[in-house]
Design a protein around this ligand. Structure first.
Ligand code: MN
Length: 235
């Protein structure tokens, strides 16, 4: 421990200040688990570059900014921040709802996609639950696409594991998600989410959200969704 004050930083040349270690945790933009063009043709390279590098990055940066100096909250996981969003102080509730939701939602979204042909298909317990709870794969796709189509404006369509351990399809507006107790219509643990904001599809599909949703099933990483299902059932 040195008694000397640290040298003054120049934020323009040295970049953003990182918090003193052991005091605050800051969120980081996760790397994509594949190249930007890996999801073509369902999702185009430019959309992925902007969506991950600019939109998701902005959610992360704004979330960190909102939590600055909020030591009761800044060390919490993103899941806990989402679950307890209604308990947050009024001055950060809105920014954490939007940007924390944005960070959680996009982090999940990148993980549950994979290049066409690489995502496998649902198997084992998940396959059985899809049949038992959602009436099979075709009905699952129809229900998720329908939830995405009916979401007016911006939002997400989801498959969640609900409190009874059953699969359910739901949707949320903006960057809300089904972890958000007291805000989401249906709460549970998301195992699949599809972004229906225009920024997710407009460059390639323009206003044709239905075409985007139809193509999107080609790039679902069902191996990852199966993993998420297994861990949600253990909670
Ligand atoms: Mn998005």
């Amino acid at each position: 421990m040195s008694a000397r004050a640290p040298p003054r930083r120049n934020p323009y040349t040295e970049g953003p200040e990182s918090p003193p270690s052991g005091i605050a945790m800051t969120f980081k933009l996760p790397d994509l688990p594949y190249a930007h063009d890996a999801l073509e043709p369902a999702v185009d390279k430019t959309t992925m570059e902007i969506h991950h590098g600019r939109h998701h990055k902005a959610y992360v940066d704004n979330l960190n900014k909102a939590l600055e100096g909020k030591n009761d909250w800044s060390g919490k996981s993103i899941e806990e921040l989402c679950r307890r969003v209604n308990e947050l102080p009024a001055d950060i509730k809105g920014p954490v709802r939007n940007n924390g939701g944005g960070h959680y939602n996009h982090s999940l979204f990148w993980e549950i996609m994979a290049p066409k042909g690489k995502g496998g298909s649902p198997s084992g317990d998940l396959a059985r639950a899809i049949d038992a709870d959602l009436g099979g794969m075709e009905k699952l796709k129809a229900a998720v696409s329908d939830a995405g189509m009916k979401r007016f404006g911006s939002g997400w369509a989801w498959i969640i594991v609900n409190a009874q351990g059953k699969l359910e399809v739901t949707s949320t507006p903006n960057q809300d998600n089904p972890l958000m107790q007291g805000l989401a219509e249906k709460t549970g643990t998301p195992i699949l989410g599809v972004d229906v904001w225009e920024h997710a599809y407009y460059l390639k599909y323009q206003n044709k959200r239905a075409d985007y949703l139809a193509a999107w099933w080609d790039v679902v990483n069902w191996s990852k969704v199966s993993e998420l299902y297994a861990s949600a059932r253990k909670q």
